[in-house]
Design a protein around this ligand. Structure first.
Ligand code: MEV
Length: 310
């Protein structure tokens, strides 16, 4: 039996634009998914025979690792599903860690690379932001060029991402979830169509990349006011790309009187928003009054971890 766990993530700036190679910043959070694997009589997930449609990331990860022997996979998570918080990446990375951990020590770079390939295959298009954050933990900054705190470089077709650790002060975010689940693949495809046909959408993607650079600089200096302002600008640009939702706008508006700024996080189309605040209790209550579920999370340095091998 092998057990591993991986954290969820919040994208602070740059979702969607990062798929085009623009800069983006994400952080690992204090919510995790635990995956347990053991040899079985048939390949199954949580007691059900593995069905591609139901567990696409597990099916793809087993295919990618050319795993033939039957395997029983159990997942346990406190990351809400399809809510923009990296639940799929955490399952993928946790499972890859179990498969690798059965053979020896964890190789983070290999897990992040394979995790990205799995997400790319399932979604049709993707960036390595979710899987690298689930693997490495802490703050992750994706840049076009290599800079200080470089981790590794990943390429797909003509797009290149240089992944970096991003040392940031510990921050508290309140996550507001709409309860509306939205699959990432179709949203990513929709943004691609817009960018290819509308010059305004291309400009929005480029500005989001600039926001990510300005945002990481502000947060590193502890300038939460500027960091929050940039989050809000990023949110409005994501709306112009068509990945917003009225329920998200409502939660963002409800959080603003008590926060530095707020935005949708992840693929959008429903899912979640985040607010950067030093009054987590007040914002949580405000979001609940506005009809969302809400909880506070903190940023954590811990990435994927092997928990047990026997
Ligand atoms: C999803 O968490 C983030 C997106 O940018 C997709 C990706 O980067 O793969 C929407």
């Amino acid at each position: 039996m092998v057990a591993a766990s991986a954290p969820g993530k919040l994208i602070l700036y740059g979702e969607h634009a990062v798929v085009f190679g623009e800069p983006a910043l994400s952080v690992a959070i204090s919510k995790r998914t635990r995956v347990v694997t053991q040899p079985g009589e048939r390949t199954e997930v949580n007691g059900h025979p593995l069905q591609e449609g139901r567990y696409p990331y597990v099916a793809e990860a087993l295919r990618a690792t050319k795993r033939d022997e039957p395997l029983s996979v159990t997942t346990e998570s406190d990351i809400p599903m399809a809510a923009g918080m990296g639940s799929s990446a955490a399952v993928t990375v946790g499972l890859l860690a179990c498969l690798q951990g059965a053979r020896g020590r964890l190789q983070e770079e290999e897990i992040a690379r394979m995790g990205f390939e799995v997400e790319h295959a399932v979604q049709g298009r993707a960036s390595p932001i979710d899987t690298t954050t689930a693997t490495h933990g802490g703050g992750i900054l994706l840049l076009r060029h290599r800079e200080e705190n470089f981790l590794w470089r990943i390429e797909k077709g003509a797009t290149r991402w240089n992944l970096h650790g991003a040392p940031l002060p510990e921050m508290t975010f309140v996550v507001g979830t709409t309860g509306i689940e939205a699959a990432t693949g179709p949203l990513v495809a929709q943004v691609k169509r817009r960018v290819e046909t509308q010059p305004g959408a291309r400009k929005a993607v480029e500005r989001i990349g600039e926001i990510a650079l300005e945002g990481v600089d502000a947060l590193r200096r502890g300038n939460l006011e500027r960091g929050g302002e940039l989050m809000l600008e990023n949110h409005r640009l994501l709306n112009t790309l068509g990945v917003g939702h009225v329920a998200l706008d409502k939660l963002v508006a409800a959080s603003l009187p008590l926060s530095f700024g707020a935005k949708l996080t992840g693929a959008g189309g429903g899912g979640s928003m985040i607010a950067l605040t030093n009054d987590p209790l007040g914002v949580t209550q405000a979001l609940k009054r506005a009809g969302g579920s809400a909880f506070a999370v903190s940023t954590v340095p811990t990435g994927v971890q092997l928990e047990r091998r026997s």
